[in-house]
Design a protein around this ligand. Structure first.
Ligand code: GEK
Length: 241
């Protein structure tokens, strides 16, 4: 069982959010209590892997954290000779992820790398997962990353992109932020914890509109793209090359 996230229960001044050892130690609890639909999205990544992982290809989990999506891929893949490349830039995440992978009995090989996903080649891919990672990539680098993913995918390959999203309509944007905060309160976070976390991720997690994501994906060379999951200001898209 994952340790409980109490990071913002303390009185220390709020500093910019980083994926350090403290966050890695409570990450599963944090993301499950903070992201509506996270469990469903992880489950469905297995279903996408079952259908889209091609024989002799690679599946990538970019920004893998503790490897929840990596494990979903690993247990969904049915084709032979597939390997998974799981990448995260946080040393603390990689260490914990490696320990969790050692406990898993899945047979698909997983290559875990500590690296910046902006520097890593994407090659011979049939399925690429960006599960709540692009939102942390500098805005100016997002297009080139999605283009490199499109280039590294085989024909018929798939990108799964999950993100916190922003709405152009100010009223709806405020409504969904409010409903998200209510979701967090229902999951045991206090109003103070919620507002401290919000301040900490300001300018670290930069959400965009669904329209901006779809336009970027299609500009990058994907043939089609659709939203397959949404709850308030959290959405997941699939794009096929
Ligand atoms: C999950 N996908 O459980 N290069 C590599 N890693 C990065 C980069 C980068 N440029 N930027 C951020 N990260 C996971 C959850 S969490 C989402 C992903 C969240 C990593 C960062 O270190 C962190 O582990 C992860 O992306 C984002 O399905 O915390 O909301």
């Amino acid at each position: 069982m994952s340790a409980r996230d109490t990071i913002y229960q303390h009185d220390a001044p709020v500093t910019s959010f980083v994926f350090d050892a403290k966050v890695a130690a409570v990450f599963t609890d944090m993301i499950e209590r903070s992201v509506p639909g996270y469990g469903s999205i992880i489950n469905m990544i297995s279903a996408f892997a079952q259908r889209y992982a091609q024989r002799g290809s690679r599946c990538y989990d970019l920004g893998c954290s503790l490897g929840a999506a990596t494990l979903a891929l690993r247990h969904g893949i049915i084709e032979p000779e597939v390997e998974i490349i799981a990448i995260d830039s946080s040393q603390a995440m990689i260490e914990r992820c490696a320990a969790l992978l050692r406990e898993d009995t899945g047979q698909v090989p997983v290559h875990l790398r500590r690296a910046d996903i902006l520097d890593e080649p994407i090659e011979n891919a049939s399925l690429v997962v960006l599960n709540f990672t692009l939102q942390f990539v500098p805005l100016a680098r997002r297009q080139e990353l999605i283009e490199r993913i499109a280039q590294g995918l085989r024909p018929g390959g798939m990108l799964v992109l999950s993100e916190k999203i922003h709405f152009e309509d100010a009223q709806l944007n405020a409504l969904f932020i409010d409903l998200h905060h209510r979701f967090k309160e229902q999951n045991g976070y206090s109003k103070t914890e919620i507002s401290k976390k919000r301040a900490a991720i300001e300018n670290v997690l930069v959400p965009e509109t669904l329209h901006a994501h779809q336009a970027r994906i299609l500009n990058a060379g994907f043939a089609s793209c659709a939203v397959w999951f949404q709850c308030f200001n959290f959405a997941s898209l699939v794009a096929v090359k």
